[in-house]
Design a protein around this ligand. Structure first.
Ligand SMILES: Cc1cc2nc3c(=O)[nH]c(=O)nc-3n(C[C@H](O)[C@H](O)[C@H](O)COP(=O)(O)OP(=O)(O)OC[C@H]3O[C@@H](n4cnc5c(N)ncnc54)[C@H](O)[C@@H]3O)c2cc1C
Length: 378
């Protein structure tokens, strides 16, 4: 295999500590969390204490001033273990950057240290029952009334939605202005009129508390507007490449894990008097999968490197997101096949990985939308 060259010894030390943390604090409980539909809140505060949340934030806001590879390590180690209920990356690598990049100094000081410590869990609410890919079609409104905005609308499919203490809400401040009428607001759980709906029953990611959220005459101070009114769509477009990179990083790590489980399984499982790995068709299939995963690894790592240099452009991030998640689904599906009937049993990690993978082609912008973005750049 081509060696990975991105990580320093400090990164590898951090990776060791993340591994130990997950093996101790998450692996033994994840099945229980799947049955219940959400992870323990204490996991978040423990992860915060271990430096696993928002490590990229400057120290003055509670972070470690770390580079994006620390985030990538957390994503990879969670994904490799199939711990799909844990929404750390959305919190650290998607929500926190909006506050850091567009929030006022007061908002940064108020919220970022609590996100880094895990005292507050965060979510971002873009999607609505009637608008997902077509973000400009959101119906949620935020109307200014004196020193406050009044928010009305509903959101669905919101990751970390049930546990969230703080939500970035995408709303229209000027419904007639299309993309230029979209703004982003911070809304705290417990604000009157903000209700959480049911946790949604999903095909996979069963320990992830994906939820509906409802806003009825929710009043937030004007200071809770992130950046400027009407600039929300621009902010979303600026931040989405990192979101897409996180999805690809998780996808490739999941595909690598699936391949390793399948190598082990096919060496052990016997049929017709020999290991199924001894059949030439199996060996060739494993060779194909290993090659695909290797190609994916090089692509993901090169994009990580570009991102560290601030050079990962929107179209390349879209290519990476669509291609890596398609690859993830193909590889894992073949791995299920090589497990036979056991590959369809929930107690086998490969079955869970198969169910968890499917949504990767849907969220963070569907893979069809990724191809739209790419084609516009050609
Ligand atoms: C588990 C899960 C977690 C999620 N987490 C979050 C979250 O935290 N926050 C959040 O805001 N959202 C979240 N989402 C929502 C997710 O981002 C949307 O589901 C996704 O963007 C697609 O939107 P949609 O479901 O409305 O599908 P639609 O937009 O209705 O799309 C349906 C189909 O039409 C295709 N399509 C649509 N437009 C075009 C086009 N122009 N060209 C070609 N094909 C097109 C799509 O690709 C898709 O195949 C989550 C979803 C899931 C399932």
């Amino acid at each position: 295999m081509i060696p990975r060259t991105l990580f320093s010894s400090d990164h590898e030390l951090f990776r060791d500590s993340v591994r130990k943390f997950l093996e101790q604090e998450a692996v033994p409980f994840h099945e229980q969390w799947e049955e219940r539909g959400y992870v323990d809140r204490e996991l978040w505060s423990k992860a915060g204490a271990a430096g696993m949340l928002c490590s990229h934030l400057p120290e003055e806001y509670g972070g470690m001033g770390a580079d994006f590879l620390y985030s990538a390590i957390v994503i990879e180690e969670i994904s490799r273990r199939g711990l799909s209920g844990i929404g750390f990356s959305l919190h650290s690598d998607i929500v926190a950057p909006y506050i850091l990049h567009y929030g006022s100094e007061a908002l940064k000081r108020k919220y970022l240290p609590k996100l880094a410590s895990g005292e507050m869990i965060s979510a971002i609410a873009m999607t609505e029952p009637g608008a997902g890919s077509d973000l400009q079609g959101v119906k949620t409104t935020a109307v200014q009334d004196g020193d406050e905005y009044v928010i009305n609308g509903s959101k669905t499919f919101i990751t970390n939605g049930y546990l969230a203490d703080l939500v970035i809400v995408v709303a229209k401040t000027d419904p007639k202005a299309g993309a230029k009428g979209i703004s982003l607001f911070l809304v705290e759980a417990g604000t009157p009129g903000f209700d959480k709906g049911k946790r949604l029953k999903k095909v996979g990611m069963k320990a992830q508390d994906t939820s509906e959220l409802f806003f009825q005459n929710v009043r937030v101070p004007r200071e809770n507007l992130l950046g400027q009114a009407g600039q929300g769509f621009v902010y979303l477009m600026q931040e989405l490449p990192q979101e897409r990179l996180t999805v690809a990083v998780a996808g490739l790590a999941a595909a690598e894990a699936a391949l390793h489980w399948t190598l082990d399984y096919t060496r052990e499982r016997q049929a017709f008097g020999r290991a199924i790995a001894d059949f030439q068709t199996t060996r060739h299939k494993l060779a194909e999968l290993a090659t695909q995963v290797q190609v994916g690894r090089v692509f993901v790592d090169r994009c990580l490197e570009l991102h560290l240099q601030g050079k990962l452009d929107v179209a390349t991030a879209a290519m990476l997101k669509y291609w890596s998640t398609d690859l993830q689904c193909q590889v894992i599906d073949e791995c299920v096949q090589l497990h036979g009937g056991y590959g369809y049993m929930w107690e086998y990690p490969i079955a869970r990985a198969w169910a968890d993978a499917r949504v990767q082609r849907i969220y963070a912008g569907t893979n069809e939308i990724m191809k739209e973005i790419i084609s516009r750049s050609l």
